[in-house]
Design a protein around this ligand. Structure first.
Ligand code: SF4
Length: 487
């Protein structure tokens, strides 16, 4: 018996006057289905219309016909440029791939004066200078940075607490700028810091070299201080004071903040958002806790489940939407990045929402000891003894050896969502990413079984939630279109 039907069985063009273009669909609610094309444009269709479209029997007089045609779900004799237009849109989305590795993360030290229980990397006490990156390692890392073909290079300093190794930070900035006189890239710097040890000297370096600050802010003082213990129990006060000083020195928009969600955050999303608004931020990134490194070891990860996080997320999202409909400009960054993929021809560069995965080709990590990791999460896995995503060492390997290593290419290829089991037929694939490190960490292989994947379940719920909200209220659609163009 033949395994597959003949090709002619799938060709609807002769009988009905149109040809299907590649599309995927899934049920949204009731008899409403969401269909997506290769470029990520979506349409909501009632089941009978979807069925007629797929069977090739949709009448050209049906109001859905023209919509399906204009969004490249079908083509007929009048639309001979449809395939070219669709190809152009797909190419626009994938164009950034050619400029790989724009974000280069330098772990300048593991030292930190905080002792956060969920900390995802091993930290060292602030007198342990053997956990500092050396100048020799920094120079070799910069060799790799400038081997990347990306016209835009962002160097981000992380730790530990990156400001505890200020002399090296200054050294790397000066050397990168010197090399860039020849390389002529669009070069930018970011310091990820908790701001607790911010000095005037550090601010002067930021001022001189136009360096952005990215800090941590988990919410109101009691929550932030509970999440981020330090001597004096004053992490929040120091962060707020640091934000004020940095804004004064560098400008309001030169300081960003990221939150970490813990079990204690879950009932307090409105307070957390209010804290960000009170401190004058233009948005918030409601992040899930990642399952890596010490977050798993300390059992913080298991302490709340996905359903609780989704309740937290949607309560926060609806609050922000309510504020937006009332005229107050404030965005939720995760939604905004997904909406960019849904509502514009462009991609986001956020590594969790791209396929092929963002490991190494989106962002790469140079550890203090010269080890090169495919991502920050890969470094956290290595701290737990799993070096699957250690790609080499700056003292031993060239850029080509690292970027062509099996440790990188194998998971990139396997996890490519367009061909991964589960994802390849998922209607939301154009909005999603491939996260081989997450699936390796949680399921032991880079692809993972998607029905069991927290990454998949979370993303699917967010995609559905965003589409449902903007389809239910045209004002939300207008708001979301604004967000999509702000990130
Ligand atoms: S991870 Fe899940 S939501 Fe994302 S594309 Fe794959 S199946 Fe779809």
């Amino acid at each position: 018996m033949a395994k597959f039907r003949e090709r002619s069985a799938f060709d609807t063009s002769a009988a009905n006057g149109y040809t299907l273009l590649p599309a995927r669909f899934t049920r949204l609610a009731g008899d409403q289905y969401v269909a997506t094309n290769m470029a990520g444009e979506y349409l909501l269709l009632p089941r009978p219309t979807l069925q007629a479209y797929v069977n090739g029997s949709l009448s050209a007089q049906d109001p859905a016909y023209d919509e399906l045609k204009s969004r490249h779900f079908l083509m007929d004799a009048d639309s001979d440029v449809a395939v070219d237009l669709l190809a152009l849109k797909v190419r626009t989305k994938l164009a950034p791939l050619a400029n790989f590795t724009g974000l280069h993360i330098f772990v300048t030290t593991l030292r930190c004066e905080h002792s956060c229980p969920y900390c995802q990397v091993s930290r060292a006490n602030d007198n342990r200078t053997e956990f500092d990156m050396s100048e020799a390692t920094a120079l070799k890392s910069l060799d790799l940075v400038f081997s990347s073909p990306s016209p835009t290079i962002k160097i981000e300093f992380q730790g530990g607490e990156s400001l505890l190794n200020l002399p090296l930070l200054r050294f790397i900035v000066a050397e990168a700028k010197r090399r860039n006189q020849v390389a002529q890239r669009n070069l930018a710097f970011v310091i990820a810091t908790n701001l607790a040890v911010l000095t005037d000297e550090a601010l002067a370096i930021c001022q001189e070299h136009d360096i952005l600050i990215s800090t941590s802010l988990d919410g109101p003082a009691d929550l932030h201080d509970k999440n981020r213990p330090r001597p004096g129990n004053d992490s929040h006060a120091r962060a707020v004071e640091g934000i004020r000083r940095a804004r004064t020195a560098l400008g309001h928009d030169r300081v960003g903040a990221l939150m970490t969600t813990t079990a204690a955050s879950l009932p307090r999303v409105r307070e957390i958002i209010d804290e960000y608004i009170g401190l004058g931020f233009g948005g918030i990134f409601l992040r899930p806790l990642s399952p890596y490194g010490f977050a798993i070891k300390t059992k913080s990860y298991q302490s709340y489940n996905q359903t609780r996080w989704l309740d937290f997320y949607f309560e926060g999202l609806d609050y922000i939407i309510e504020l937006g409909l009332g005229g107050f400009e404030f965005i939720e960054s995760y939604a905004a990045m997904i909406l960019k993929k849904m509502l514009t021809p462009h991609q986001t560069s956020y590594v969790d929402l791209v396929s092929p995965a963002g490991i190494a080709i989106g962002a790469i990590v140079y550890n203090y000891d010269g080890t090169v990791y495919a991502s920050d999460e890969s470094r956290m896995l290595a701290e737990m003894g799993d070096r699957s995503f250690a790609l080499g060492n700056v003292h031993e390997n060239s850029f080509a050896e690292i970027m062509l290593s099996e440790a990188l290419l194998e998971p990139l290829e396997q996890s490519f969502a367009d061909s991964a089991p589960g994802c390849s037929w998922c209607a939301f694939e154009p909005y999603c990413g491939a996260d081989p490190v997450f699936h390796h960490a949680t399921q032991g292989d880079p692809v993972g079984k998607k029905p069991l994947s927290a990454f998949c379940n979370r993303n699917m719920a967010v995609f559905r939630g965003l589409i449902t909200r903007m389809e239910a209220d045209p004002r939300v659609r207008v708001l979301f279109e604004r967000w999509a163009n702000l990130v």
